[in-house]
Structures are given as structure tokens and as C-alpha cells.
Design a protein around this ligand. Structure first.
Ligand code: NAP
Length: 252
């Protein structure tokens, strides 16, 4: 059965997991707004979607800025229609051991992941609740369980699980679900940056990670996109407030 067309927003959709998710949602028949810091970066993901016959627009916004978020969500509503699917994917890392972590490392990570997801969810829910249908999917991480060198990131990713459960409780009666996907090791620019930080070749870094993963491979952006596609889908209306670990094994 064909999915009903719905308007989706994917933040941080220019590359990595966000780009794969935007592409997957477009293939599912959604009209997709690819939001990233620079509209020109988001345009690359949009071009891939339109080349595949999908519908997408590029929107430039910093998700941690309230005015930019409000403007971006209104722009999506005007250009594509009221957004009913939101994927809070934009993310940054500023890894360091606690004693070397700066105030700015802490604030930047909190602002993008937590404040960004709060602002985007608050702006988007207005459209979802008035339509009586919505899906909010936020990207958590296995780092929410604790990870050396990531006091800021693991705190933000655990925080997103709390936000998800609360949104599920508050918005359920309006037909809106909220869930989190918690990826393990996924091959993207983010994990490439981590390999560089620890001074390892990326292929070696991936192989070392795969050896620790029960299915013996690194994750791919498409693994996460497929899970988001389900949670954002018509059939997932009774799944809410959940954290789905997508890590090639049990990580919670
Ligand atoms: P990525 O390749 O680094 O892509 C992140 C995207 O977010 C980039 O396009 C980036 O734009 C954008 N972004 C950063 N700050 C933003 C802001 N303030 N406003 C709007 N967009 C912003 O990361 P990824 O690996 O695909 O990760 C995607 C999500 O999954 C993140 O939330 C990450 O924490 C989570 N995750 C990743 C992994 C993994 O193994 N890769 C594991 C668990 C969870 P710029 O290019 O301009 O910086």
C-alpha cells in the first residue's frame, strides 16, 4: 500500500545519516525539507533526491537559533505544506576528556543537540497537532550509555531520550508520536573525525569497531534511515516514547 504523502523535515540533512534519511523518506513518497547550516550544502542532498524523482527543498538554518528555526519551519510550511514528520538529526561533536573540555565544547554540543531538538520540535508540533498526525524522531546514540571523551555528547544524547519520552506523553493525544533512534558506530564524516582525533586510519578504525560489534560490521547511514522510515511511517502509530538501538547488537 502506498504511503500517504506527508511533509518531512530532516535537520543536518546535507550529509551522513541525515542525507540518507532524507533520501529514504523521499523514496517513501514524502516531500522533504533538507535543513542544514548552509542552504548550499543542503542543496546537494536535494539534487540527489530530485534526480531519483523525489520532491525536496533545501533550507538553511542553525537549529540552535530560535529565530532561524521559526523562519525555517514557516518556510517549509509555505513551500511544501505543514510539516508532519520531523527528524532531529543535526549534530556536532567536541570530544575531550573532562579535565580538558572547555565551556564552549560543552555549550556547543548542548545547543545543537538539545536546544536544537527542543526548538525544532516546539515549532513543528504546532503543525502536527493541528493536523492530528505527526512523527518526531530524534537521533540519540549508544554514547547515551556513557563514553570516554564524550561527557558533553553522551549527556546530550541521554537528554534526547528524556525529551523523546516527554514529547510522547504530551503529544500522543494529538496523534503525534515521538521516538529516538540510538545508532552505534555508523560510517560517516563524524566517525571519520573521531578516527582522526585518535590518530587512526579510518579503515583500521572501522575494522576495530566492527570486531566489537555482534554482526561484525560497521553501520551504514542507510541502516539508520530504514529505522527512521519505519518510525515515521503510517504503521508506527502505536510505537511512541521508545529508544531503538540500531547498533548491530544489544547496547542498552
Ligand atoms: P555528520 O556527518 O557530522 O552530519 C551532521 C550534519 O549536521 C552536518 O551536515 C552538519 O552541518 C549539520 N549540523 C551541525 N550543526 C548544525 C546546526 N546547528 N544546525 C543545522 N545543521 C547542523 O553526522 P552523522 O554522523 O551523519 O550524525 C547524524 C546524527 O546521528 C547526529 O545527531 C549524531 O550525533 C548521530 N549519531 C551518529 C553516529 C555515527 O556513528 N555517525 C552514532 C550515533 C549517533 P555542517 O556540515 O555544516 O557542520
Amino acid at each position: 500500500m502506498a504511503e500517504t504523502p506527508r511533509v518531512a523535515i530532516v535537520t543536518g540533512g546535507a550529509r551522513g545519516i541525515g542525507a540518507a534519511t532524507a533520501r529514504r523518506l523521499a523514496a517513501d513518497g514524502r516531500a522533504v525539507a533538507v535543513v542544514d547550516l548552509k542552504e548550499s550544502d543542503a542543496q546537494g542532498a536535494v539534487d540527489l533526491i530530485t534526480a531519483d524523482g523525489g520532491k525536496a527543498v533545501a533550507v538553511g538554518a542553525d537549529v540552535s537559533d530560535a529565530d532561524q528555526v521559526a523562519a525555517a519551519v514557516s518556510q517549509v510550511a509555505e513551500r511544501l505544506g505543514p510539516p508532519q514528520i520531523l527528524v532531529n538529526n543535526a549534530g556536532v561533536i567536541r570530544d575531550n576528556l573532562l579535565f580538558k573540555m572547555s565551556d564552549d565544547d560543552w555549550d556547543t554540543v548542548m545547543n545543537v543537540h538539545l536546544r536544537g531538538s527542543f526548538l525544532m520540535s516546539r515549532a513543528a508540533q504546532e503543525h502536527m497537532t493541528s493536523q492530528g498526525w505527526g512523527r518526531i524522531v530524534s537521533l540519540s546514540s549508544t554514547s547515551a550509555l556513557g563514553n570516554r571523551g564524550q561527557a558533553n555528547y553522551s549527556t546530550a544524547k541521554a537528554g534526547l531520550q528524556g525529551l523523546t519520552k516527554t514529547l510522547a506523553i504530551e503529544l500522543g493525544k494529538f496523534g503525534v508520536t515521538a521516538n529516538a533512534v540510538a545508532p552505534g558506530f555508523i560510517e560517516t564524516d563524524m566517525t571519520k573525525a573521531t578516527a582522526e582525533r585518535v590518530g587512526m586510519d579510518f579503515e583500521e578504525f572501522k575494522a576495530a569497531a566492527a570486531a566489537q560489534i555482534p554482526v561484525r560490521r560497521a553501520g551504514r547511514p542507510e541502516d539508520i534511515a530504514a529505522t527512521v522510515s519505519f518510525l515515521a511511517g503510517e504503521e508506527a502509530g502505536f510505537v511512541s516514547g521508545q529508544v531503538v538501538y540500531v547498533a548491530g547488537g544489544p547496547r542498552d
